[in-house]
Design a binder for this molecule. Structure first.
Ligand code: MG
Length: 383
């Protein structure tokens, strides 16, 4: 999906209580605005402009440390002026898709983003919205009910909202001076545009009041899920004087036969990682029919699986490999194997386990026709 994005982070957030502008406060362990920027980049935004207040440059740089693909624009006095400033800074071509998102809705993810982009194909704008579930009352300033309002057909508008850049720019140009819209779809509606709704999400709540932050902390925790994958591999012994196991070369009276370096330990672990994210198996990514993988070090396969997880915003939690063979003896090499895997996956060594067993002289491993490996890995992924 090809799109760019505006993240509106210029508000002062006075209703959110003390503690500085809310978009830079910590939610779920990171600055609120960082959640939205990471989500836009993960979903494939080709560039993101973050509209911030003048003077927030250093705060933004610290909040977005390590991220690329973004730049800052200075916000205006009101939200609509900030969006207009972001749109100008993006310099998007008229047909380009632009998403506008409030930094105060940190728990946006790829599904929300791709849904509004997809919905734009049949409309001039698209936004996520939730049906109003509570009964609506109109009341006086002193809390006296005047009427019950029919909620039929009423929806709560959220962001991200998607538009073609040209449509949004023209609508803003036509917006009457002196009026302040509360979202961007309203601007396009006023200009006669058709707006589509996609499924809203309670997690897209706008953090406005102090109590919203406690709710967001809970939701941020629920926004991740643990996944587990397992892998198995076996290779036959053949001529040679060493075997590769878990990234370590071990002198042995025989070698292992395989298209690559036949490292069954790393192959099983690669399959475990691929399994955890539903990405098929090692043969799908590195076909044995492809000559470029002949004799390849299996570290390439493992690093590829780790990158796929990182690209999806995931993180490997731990990995556990069991090698099954009579010989070579694994124990003298176990720590080197753990260290090598930890290095390849960017993990602390205590998150990597390598174990070994024989099969008491039974079966193909017992007869030393070959050896086998099993692996289990867990990963922490966006839910
Ligand atoms: Mg293999």
């Amino acid at each position: 999906m090809d799109f760019c994005a505006i993240i509106v982070a210029a508000g002062s957030g006075q209703r959110a209580g003390p503690g500085g502008a809310k978009q830079w406060r910590s939610v779920g362990g990171k600055p609120m605005a960082r959640w939205s920027l990471e989500a836009m980049l993960t979903a494939g935004a080709n560039r993101v402009v973050v509209v911030a207040s003048a003077g927030d440059e250093a705060t933004a740089a610290a909040a977005f440390a390590g991220l690329g693909g973004w730049f800052l624009a200075e916000g205006g006095a009101t939200r609509d002026r900030s969006v207009a400033a972001g749109l100008e800074a993006l310099a998007a071509s008229p047909g380009e898709i632009v998403l506008v998102h409030d930094a105060a809705r940190p728990l946006v993810d790829t599904r929300h983003i791709h849904a509004v982009v997809a919905a734009l194909s049949g409309a001039d704008g698209a936004l996520p919205a939730l049906a109003v579930a509570d009964t609506l009352k109109r009341a006086t300033a002193d809390m006296q009910v005047m009427a019950t309002v029919d909620r039929t057909g009423l929806w709560r508008a959220q962001t991200p909202q998607a538009f073609r850049a040209g449509v949004l720019a023209a609508a803003y140009a036509a917006w009457p001076a002196g009026e302040i819209p509360t979202d961007d779809a309203a601007v396009v509606e006023r200009a006669g545009g058709r707006i589509a709704l996609t499924a809203g999400d309670p997690r897209l709540m706008k953090l406005t009041y102090p109590e919203d932050f406690a709710m967001a902390e809970l939701l941020a925790g629920a926004a991740r899920t643990t996944r587990i994958g397992q892998g198995f591999d076996a290779h036959r012994f053949g001529p040679g004087d060493a075997v590769w196991l878990c990234g370590v070369m071990i002198p042995h009276g025989r070698g292992l036969i395989g298209h690559s370096d036949a490292d069954a330990g790393l192959h099983a672990l690669t399959d475990a990682l691929l399994g955890a994210i539903g990405e098929g198996d090692i043969g799908d990514h590195f076909p044995p029919s492809d000559p470029q993988w002949k004799g390849a070090p299996s570290s390439v396969f493992l690093s590829h699986a780790a990158k796929l997880i990182a690209d999806r915003g995931g993180r490997i939690v731990n990995a556990d490999v069991t090698l099954i063979c009579e010989r070579p003896k694994i124990k003298p090499h176990r720590e080197a194997m753990r260290e090598r895997i930890a290095e390849l996956l960017g993990l602390a060594v205590d998150r990597v386990s390598v174990k070994a067993t024989t099969t008491e002289a039974m079966g193909f491993t017992g007869r030393e026709e070959g050896l086998a490996a099993q692996a289990v890995a867990s990963v922490d992924m966006p839910a």
